[in-house]
Write a protein that binds this ligand. Structure first.
Ligand code: TXA
Ligand code: MG
Length: 332
């Protein structure tokens, strides 16, 4: 089989995708966050194909995408008020909720756990696909395990080659980083992965404080969520992050050592002429997030010696971006 070229998503290609999903095949599709690698969430053989295509260990649970909040009851054993409140406020949208799973949900999709991640994505193609399929679509990000998530259809082809049957092209993802994940199965709601929907927005709806990832560092939860592992979303080129004021020194040092440098900034202008490739992202967290993975992917393809990333402020607005950068780069 050859690597499929992305196909423009329309009624005909979405019908083709539905037929493939019904046969237990894999279909990549756009969401507002990143592209997903989809399979029928009720079909264990199809789920196993996802893990094989990604090279992902089988005990790492997947997110099941559903067409509407009304479908929560098809997957979750109990639906707490907190889940209903968050769904009402943020779905369709970049938020995944962890709930206790119904006994009939295959353990393959939950990585052997009794809990399940659910999300209604906010992308017209994803929603049309879900409605036409009429069931749940399990979909991790459509990249090889521990690599950079795809935010354009062409990235999926680069990542997965012929392991995916069809790639629906719905343009570039508008959010650009993976969904916020909130675990609602414990006594207190817990933020497992930061995303565009912020802690403050969630706390305002829940009317309570979230338990944050930093307080979970050494708990078992860390092992359950590969997105929380130290190395993840990583380019193959060595990548370093530093504070803005450290940039001139680092660049001087690397230039003196004749290194081919890729630079990813958001505020500092560098006058240095020898920089091989400089990319500048917007000085605003959501816009930065939207461009981040495409920028890292481009720099990673230039065969540079090192990628240097100017570290954004350590503030709540930048939490999701910093979380991804901390996993993609080493601190200077
Ligand atoms: O934005 C997104 O969420 C994208 C798009 C395609 O929807 N999907 C995505 O999936 O990022 P993936 O598989 O790359 O990341 C899913 C994360 C993993 O970190 C996984 O461990 C966590 O969700 N997760 C899934 N089920 C879980 C569960 N039952 N308990 C704890 N974490 C869970
Ligand atoms: Mg992923």
């Amino acid at each position: 089989m050859h690597t499929p070229s992305p196909v423009i998503a329309n009624t005909a290609s979405i019908q083709q995708a539905v037929a493939l999903l019904r046969q237990g095949r894999l279909v990549a599709f756009p969401t507002e966050t990143v592209y997903g690698l989809g399979a029928d969430a009720r079909n264990p053989d199809a789920i196993r194909r996802i893990f094989a295509a990604k090279g992902r260990p089988a005990d790492h649970p997947l997110i099941v995408h559903i067409p509407s909040p009304e479908n929560l009851a098809d997957w979750a054993a109990t639906i707490p008020d907190s889940a209903r409140q968050l769904a009402r406020q943020f779905w369709p949208g970049p938020l995944a909720l962890i709930l206790s799973k119904r006994p009939d949900v295959p353990l393959e999709v939950t990585g052997g756990q009794q809990t399940i991640a659910l999300r209604v994505p906010n992308h017209p193609v994803a929603l049309q696909l879900l409605q036409a399929f009429g069931g749940g679509i399990a979909a991790p990000s459509a990249n090889r395990f521990c690599r950079i998530s795809p935010t354009q259809a062409a990235h999926v082809a680069e990542e997965l080659g012929d392991t995916v049957e069809l790639i629906l092209d719905g343009g570039a993802c508008t959010v650009g980083v993976e969904s916020t994940i909130v675990d609602l199965t414990g006594v207190r709601p817990r933020l497992l992965r930061p995303g565009q929907i912020t802690r403050e927005e969630l706390e305002a709806v829940l009317n309570t404080e979230l338990v944050l990832p930093e307080t979970l560092k050494h708990s078992k939860t860390e092992l359950r969520a590969p997105g929380m592992m130290a190395v993840h979303y990583a380019p193959l080129t060595p990548a370093l992050r530093c504070r803005p004021e450290q940039l001139p020194d680092i660049i001087q040092e690397l230039t003196a050592a004749h290194k081919k440098i890729g630079l990813l900034t958001y505020q500092t202008a560098i006058a240095e002429k020898q920089i091989t490739q400089e990319m500048r992202l917007p000085n605003q967290a959501d816009a930065y997030a939207q461009g981040l993975y495409t920028a890292l992917r481009k720099l990673d393809q230039l065969h540079l010696d090192i990628i240097v990333v100017e570290q954004p402020p350590d503030s709540e607005a930048w939490r999701a971006v910093n979380d991804r950068l901390n996993k993609a780069t080493l601190a200077y």
